[in-house]
Design a protein around this ligand. Sequence first.
Ligand code: HAM
Length: 409
Amino acid sequence: MSARIAAPRGTFDILPEQAAQRDLVERTARELLEPAGYARIETPAFEATELFERGVGESTDIVQKEMYSFDDGGGRSLTLRPEGTAPVCRAYVEHGMHKLPAPVRLYYLGPFFRAERPQAGRYREFWQVGAEALGSDDPAVDVELIVLLHELLTRLGVPARLRLASLANAQTRAAYREELAAYLHAHEPELAENVRSRIDLNPLRAFDSDDPGTQQVMAAAPRLIDRLDPDDAEHFVQVRGLLELAGVAHEVDPALVRGLDYYTRTVFEFTSETLGAQSGVGGGGRYDGLVELLGGPRTPGIGWAAGIERIILASDLTPPTALQPDVYIAHEDRRTAAFQLLLDLRAAGLRAEMELAGRSLKGQLKHAERLGARHVAIVEPDGVRLRDRESGAERMLSAEAVLDHVLAP
Ligand code: HAM
């Protein structure tokens, strides 16, 4: 026997019982997003590496160490998509979607790839459902999207806490980064080594540290939320007001750090205690500069993505039980007649299965019981013996009459 080959670390198979659960998540997302005007878009599983370097940001963990990049054979670097926002904006520009009436509302559902250290809730290939709205900076769009994600999690039984912040605009943030970097340099001896070494690369990540010394320094650090210019501050006030109107509870978290560089103004994250260390079940924010950064016209945008696996881990979804066959067709060496009956019953829309594993007649009847088949049709030389499995009632019928009897109420 040859040695077995296992699935790569951090990946998983979706087995039939799990597929039913995922189907429920996907259906719920579609039923929620489509009536709200979101249309499905799917982008390729791999893109030019430059899209993520430019879009997600050179200093992010994703670009620095989590991308699966490879040569396309012609000297061009491609990358398995680690996230969906940069690709959607790339498609928006490529297809001239700025000419469509704004906002352009899009959603997607598919696999994403990050070379992270695998653990519960963190995989190297995982699925996201995401939604993006491009072309409007109205705070009502921010809240529309947050409400949709909140509703999705609620419908799926995922208790989650909403944290909210504003990351201002690029200029304010650049000035703030300098202020924060100067503050961190002034406290270098108290900081963890991995924070100290990244002060100039990405000082904001210091808020993420679980090192107690760093946390103490960060508690007194200057906060971006206190540095918003009047327009951004007003935008944030309006977002909060509309969230209140929508009845979605939130807390402002000035230390909310998102792992992507494209964000401006509103950022948010839903976290679920039940998930342990990987508590982020879904998150997103506004990215008013991203389309322009990717060569398109100046276009505001906002969106979110939620992890399908994390939703399932945090939810109380019971997978729907497998559907039982209407008819199980049993036979002894009468394959042709049995197969013809199978075709006829399926053509009429019935769930029918036939014996295919060489069981004895006794074994077939047992198997029909295991499947929970409503009827067993035993193909015999002079007709079909149709048995109602529950009542045990039996009758001999012509093959043509089986369908009518099964369909009869
Ligand atoms: P993100 O926070 O990086 O945002 O990912 C969104 C969600 O994807 C997370 O909350 C988590 O549920 C799931 N996720 C991320 N990485 C993994 C992983 N390794 N294993 C399992 N699940 C994971 C984005 O990707 C942005 N594109 C969201 C966005 C859309 N912002 C604006 N528009």
